[in-house]
Design a protein around this ligand. Structure first.
Ligand code: SF4
Length: 381
């Protein structure tokens, strides 16, 4: 699935966020004109910008910002929200008919996880992403958006901008469930948890990774000293204010050996968490470069996963398995498996076409072509 395309910009002096409308001008829309021959008959007075696959020399344009000669536009639909940039790049920010929309807040991060799928970049993009997301939130239709993610980088590094966006989400999309991926370290400082509490967004859930019950292993996985203590303190500070919390554990060669101990740690010390997600590895970002440290075939950790999931479930914790196809799970765990992979990076192999569990199975990441289990095998009945 395509979420980015590019053309040649003219009169685009700053980024422009707008709602796509195809061939019909609406107030404040970004108008896709599939054939510039029709442009003279279109009233452009309320149009923010134009996107067209045509070459501009076909017709003269006044001062309306335009991206022309755009190679690919078929992925853009009415009511999608996009940002067009001064370099001609058009990024899709929101798709009305998808359940996998997210706000991307920053490329910066204070951790540097061995399996990070979006390796951090140390540049100050704070204001740029704040402004884009602020406009995006104002354009999303509240009655059509059940859920929204927040991701990065580490979103809380936006500081006050982060809290401002949470406030805007509460105000503009009060019934939308918001899941924020954060390493939780910022909340080790109790004033940040307090600030979140003041906003009091009941639809917000903080999804926080914890990779071991001991600091050395967690800190090694996230490549940051003191991260374990900060994350645990952050979780406690958030819990003090009754914030909704999910714990996330990525399953790989470093986390598997203490997985059961970690489950016991969470049960004993964090019984207040709303959900625990145990997640298969994505072959993106740093992961392919750290395969020797990380790779273990999910088929080979079935026993550890089973004991962990059943332990948490037996003790009343809400636990799910993400990103692992059914053929790699023991049958006792199928009820815990969720279709968790975002639609734009979710695939099935040829083998899956003959599988009787295809409609129930969550499949694989697109990146699984780089490395995947040797045990992907169709169920025949
Ligand atoms: S063969 Fe494919 S569809 Fe069937 S369980 Fe495995 S991954 Fe899922």
């Amino acid at each position: 699935m395509i979420l980015k395309t590019k053309g040649i910009p003219q009169f685009v002096n700053t980024f422009i966020v707008g709602i796509i409308s195809i061939n019909v001008p609406n107030k404040n829309c970004i108008l896709i004109v599939t054939d510039l021959d029709y442009l003279p008959s279109i009233d452009l007075s309320d149009v923010k910008a134009i996107i067209t696959p045509d070459a501009i020399d076909k017709i003269s344009i006044d001062s309306t910002p335009i991206i022309y000669s755009v190679k690919e536009i078929n992925h853009l639909n009415n009511n999608d929200i996009v940002v067009i940039n001064t370099n001609g790049v058009i990024n899709t920010l929101y798709r009305e008919h998808s359940n996998h929309n997210f706000l991307f807040l920053t490329e910066r991060c204070n951790s540097n996880c061995l399996m990070c799928s979006q390796p951090p970049k140390d540049k100050d993009d704070t204001e740029y992403f704040y402004n884009i997301n602020s406009e995006l939130i104002s354009l999303i239709s509240a009655d059509k958006c059940d859920s929204l993610g927040i991701t990065g980088g580490e979103p809380t590094l936006l500081g006050n901008f982060f809290f401002s966006l949470i406030e805007q989400l509460k105000k503009n999309l009060p019934n939308t469930f918001v899941q924020c991926l954060t390493n939780g370290r910022t909340f080790a400082w109790s004033n940040t948890a307090e600030k979140l509490n003041e906003i009091n967004h009941e639809g917000l859930l903080l999804a926080i990774p914890l990779y071991a019950d001991v600091a050395e292993i967690h800190d090694y996985v996230v490549q940051a000293k003191e991260a374990f203590n900060q994350t645990v303190n952050g979780i406690y500070n958030l819990a003090r204010y009754n914030q909704r919390i999910e714990i996330r554990v990525v399953l790989h060669k470093i986390t598997i050996p203490r997985l059961q101990k970690l489950a016991q740690f969470i049960y004993k010390n964090m019984p207040f968490v709303e959900h625990i997600a145990l997640m298969g590895l994505e072959m993106e970002g740093y992961t392919p470069f750290n395969l020797d440290k990380l790779w273990i075939d999910p088929y080979d950790y079935q026993e550890e996963l089973k004991e962990t999931v059943l332990f948490l479930n037996d003790f009343g914790m809400n636990v799910s398995i993400y990103n692992i196809p059914l053929c790699l799970l023991p049958k006792e765990l199928w009820d815990f498996s969720r279709k968790s992979i975002s639609d734009w990076k979710n695939i099935y192999f040829n083998e899956c076409t003959k599988c009787s569990k295809l409609t129930e199975c969550g499949g694989m990441f697109k990146s699984s072509f780089k490395k995947h289990s040797n045990y992907i095998k169709a169920f025949i009945n």
